[in-house]
Design a protein around this ligand. Structure first.
Ligand SMILES: [Zn+2]
Length: 713
């Protein structure tokens, strides 16, 4: 879907939801012989340790409230009605914006326009990928396509553009402040991203390029996941059973990077990453089209266009950041690879070097040895309910907000096992709602995700439009009545991470929804989520919730420390790989024509930035699907990580439960969403501007502190 200009993807309208005080009725099937431990859970934890079930007795006499409590969405046809209403509203707003006798601020009208579109488009975008019912998913898909063309029409609406331009040049008809100006500029920038200011011929070219990029991106992503088939005669007999068989062919679906046998990993790596001519051509065409598009709208490169307004801003500075980081990582990564090689030699006598297919498996072994606990042994201490209670308590300490389980109306959720949470502040009341779609199901995308369904904004009557989001994860559900969902350490990290995004949405109080919560620059968007991973790796935090689901017994202090230490291992080698991917993304989106094929560039960059050698006849970049979504911004995750590390070490390391720091963090960073430039957010929180040097330093400092605590120095 191609939404640009007026929209950054966004959300829907909630009806009041009742907050439940008691959750006793959720334990409908709890068998009595487990009463001793069940009774040790808080009601909140207990709710998450029991799969939500249909409460028929309650629902029979209650009417279907519609999906997300939108009355139109009692069935899928409501989508068409929502779209019609939105179109009607949009044309009224367009008229108002272009009118000579306009009474309201232009930015207010634009934000309402954007909100009207986003509330339907974001909702439809979520439903089309996540609703298990075909009729809903299909209607949503249709709406997405139709809204996309409506947005396309608006993006070429000259009178809208002129109205905005006039305000920026001559001021508005009513007084405005600095925030109005910034958001007006953002609208203008997003508008011009769609080429409205170009002459007719160029604009036509622009539209064509845009369509082409969208199409090529979809092709590339599809190709990146495609399994590889080879005749089974090409593989030694003892390996064939590992991969799927399809007649006389063997089907390799992925890298098998967790497999214990290095021969299997190697075979999968070489087969899955064997260069595919067609996919290479798609990538070339995509990169070329992006370059041409950027040039057409006046930028030197696609990277320059993609990074305007970000923390580091210019492609040169981004490369400087990655180069500096790379230099500092080299000696530190070597230590990691030496450890990995020793582990490999324990399994294969005479092993001489680490190959690209080794690190995920070997680092998992290393972590397991460090935690002195197999994953299986730690699982019982991390039931979903306990971890959710841990998050709840942490947020109460930091932000004075509680997560409260809310009973849903009939028809409100898209499937049965959804939990709805109200995020309630001690004095401000309800801040927003989080729908938790946590369990795997057939057809559900297997990717952790935060969806904005409705963005927060200050309405003209002074009330606040509540943010509504969905957190999607893929845990296996509770097994039977007595075994709740149990999370691996990695699952716990992911849950904390996604809640970082959700709280960014909930704690924001932006005036405009165009910049609500996570709608900020890519390099700031991961700061709140990565920061949560620091909390998840801190023994003082983990101790508050790690308890055996059966006995209620807390995890031993030494086990918690070992587990937290194990999460800090191999940080340098992991990051070195991220730097390598990031630089590749930068070079691909730099000046064109490229200096050789994408595979040659990969080999060249690998030699320069990565300690593990390139394997001839492989083309990893053809599987790098993030090139589509993160084009020229893959590095942004590292910047977010650097800022999160600064915030952690400066503000929370001494006391991860500090209310005063939590308040400061909300007031200086989270509250603003994208209202402020990310640099100003960092300055407000930390009292210093982010620079290439201090960002790199904070990543390295954090790494060295971890190594110290691991006792490897
Ligand atoms: Zn994230």
């Amino acid at each position: 879907m191609n939404y640009q200009g007026l929209m950054r993807l966004g959300r829907i309208q909630p009806r009041t939801s009742k907050i439940l005080k008691s959750f006793g009725h959720f334990q409908t099937t709890g068998s009595t012989n487990h009463a001793s431990y069940v009774s040790t859970w808080t009601p909140f934890a207990a709710a998450f340790n029991t799969r939500p079930q249909k409460k028929l007795n309650l629902r029979l006499n209650r009417e279907n409230a519609g999906l997300f409590c939108i009355p139109e969405l009692k069935d899928h046809t409501g989508f068409y009605l929502l779209k019609q209403n939105a179109e009607h509203q949009v044309s009224k707003l367009v008229e108002e914006a272009s009118s000579k006798s306009r009474k309201r601020k232009i930015v207010t009208i634009f934000d309402e326009l954007s909100d009207t579109l986003c509330r339907v488009a974001d909702l439809a975008d979520f439903v089309r990928v996540s609703h298990p019912r075909n009729d809903f998913a299909q209607a949503a898909e249709e709406i997405c396509v139709e809204l996309s063309s409506l947005v396309e029409r608006l993006n070429t609406n000259l009178s809208l553009h002129t109205a905005l331009k006039t305000v920026l040049e001559e001021g508005d008809v009513v007084p405005t402040d600095a925030l109005d100006k910034r958001v007006t500029e953002l609208f203008m920038f997003d508008f011009e991203q769609s080429g409205i200011h170009l002459a007719d011929k160029q604009r036509e070219q622009f539209v064509q390029l845009n369509e082409r990029i969208h199409m090529l991106g979809t092709f590339f992503q599809r190709g990146a996941q495609k399994p590889v088939q080879i005749p089974k005669s090409k593989l030694p007999e003892n390996l064939r059973h590992v991969f799927g068989l399809d007649g006389d062919n063997i089907m390799v679906t992925g890298l098998f990077s967790d497999h214990y046998s290095s021969i299997v990993r190697e075979a999968a790596y070489r087969i899955f990453l064997h260069p595919d001519q067609h996919q290479a051509e798609v990538l070339d065409a995509l990169l070329t089209a992006r370059y041409q598009l950027a040039r057409l709208v006046g930028f030197d490169t696609y990277s320059q266009r993609a990074n305007r307004g970000t923390m580091i801003e210019s492609p040169d500075k981004i490369t400087e950041f990655l180069d500096l980081l790379s230099d500092k990582l080299k000696p530190r990564s070597k230590v990691d690879y030496d450890v990995m090689l020793r582990l490999k030699q324990e399994q294969e006598r005479g092993a001489k070097e680490i190959m690209p297919w080794d690190p995920p498996y070997l680092s998992a072994i290393g972590r397991q040895q460090r935690s002195a606990m197999a994953n299986m042994d730690s699982l019982p201490y991390f039931s979903l309910g306990c971890v959710m209670e841990g998050l709840n308590q942490l947020f109460q300490c930091l932000f004075a907000v509680a997560l409260q389980h809310v009973e849903m109306e009939p028809g409100e959720a898209w499937t049965e096992d959804i939990y709805k949470l109200a995020v309630v502040h001690k004095t401000e009341g309800v801040l927003g709602y989080i729908y938790c779609d946590f369990f795997e199901r057939f057809g559900k995308p297997n990717q952790d995700c935060h969806f904005t369904i409705q963005g927060g904004r200050r309405r003209e009557d002074g009330s606040y439009q509540h943010p509504i989001v969905v957190l999607q994860l893929s845990f296996s559900g509770p097994r039977g009545a007595s075994i709740p969902t149990l999370l691996s350490p990695g699952n716990v990290d992911n849950l904390f991470h996604e809640f970082g995004h959700a709280m960014h949405s909930m704690l924001g109080r932006t005036r405009y929804q165009h910049v609500t919560g996570t709608r900020c620059t890519t390099d700031f968007a991961e700061v709140p989520s990565v920061l949560m991973e620091f909390f998840a790796a801190d023994p003082r935090v983990v101790t508050t919730f790690a308890r055996h689901y059966k006995t209620g017994e807390p995890m031993k202090g030494s086990a918690v420390i070992n587990l937290c230490d194990s999460k800090k291992m191999f940080a340098a080698s992991d990051m070195q790989q991220q730097v390598f991917f990031s630089i590749l993304d930068q070079v691909y989106h730099g000046p064109h024509p490229l200096n050789g094929s994408t595979t040659n560039i990969l080999a060249e960059m690998q030699a320069k930035y990565y300690s593990i050698n390139y394997v001839p006849d492989t083309a990893w970049q053809l599987r790098f699907s993030h090139l589509v979504g993160y084009g020229a911004r893959y590095y942004a995750y590292l910047v977010s990580r650097a800022v999160a590390a600064q915030v952690w070490h400066t503000c929370f390391k001494d006391d991860p439960f500090s209310r005063s720091m939590g308040t400061r963090y909300r007031e200086e960073m989270l509250a603003f969403g994208g209202e402020k430039h990310p640099r100003n957010l960092v300055e407000g929180m930390l009292g210093k501007s982010p620079t290439v040097e201090n960002l790199v330093d904070s990543l390295i400092y954090d790494m060295d502190e971890s190594v110290k605590s691991l006792g490897q120095l």
